[in-house]
Write a protein that binds this ligand. Structure first.
Ligand code: FES
Length: 163
């Protein structure tokens, strides 16, 4: 009953097939992580239930098994993301040190809430679990970079300084 076009065709299918070919015929589910990554990339950086269902179909595995992998590992997105994906730590040390004020400031500045993307596609905000930099709370990660001891002023400087 899907109205979504099948994403697993053409070059996307070829890329997934290259992974599938690495495993014995009865173990093609082993390509699920690669398939999720490729489909996520093709879909502009995030997965949807329909797309995960297509992967399940293609790899002949139960949809629930695909959802499990896609939610267990932190490298899959289930909401649209911007060019710069702001991951704001939402765990205890960062909470105690004012991450809610930082979030409120970013929401106002960018005019989006967590799970949304700015109109120009540049930024999205995601609340994440402890990133292991509690000594620098409150903190966020954008790309591979950690930004610590955030203040409203430093957030402005960081975001305005990104390409
Ligand atoms: Fe925020 Fe650990 S609680 S980095």
């Amino acid at each position: 009953s899907s109205t979504v076009e099948n994403i697993i065709q053409g070059s996307v299918k070829e890329r997934i097939d290259r992974w599938v070919a690495r495993y014995p015929d009865d173990q093609k589910q082993s390509a699920v992580m690669a398939a999720l990554r490729i489909v996520q990339e093709t879909n502009g950086g995030h997965l949807t239930t329909e797309l995960m269902d297509q992967i399940a179909d293609y790899l002949e595995m139960p949809p629930i098994a695909v959802y499990e992998v896609a939610t267990f590992y932190g490298n899959y997105e289930h909401e649209p993301v911007g060019k710069h994906k702001i991951c704001l730590c939402n765990s205890i040390s960062c909470m105690l040190r004012g991450n809610d004020e930082i979030l409120a400031h970013m929401e106002k500045k960018l005019n989006i809430k967590p799970g949304e993307v700015t109109e120009d596609g540049r930024f999205s905000i995601k609340k994440v679990e402890c990133l292991g930099a509690c000594g620098g709370a409150p903190m966020m990660q954008i790309g591979k970079t950690y930004y610590e001891n955030l203040t409203e002023a430093s957030v402005d400087e960081i975001l305005d300084g990104l390409e």
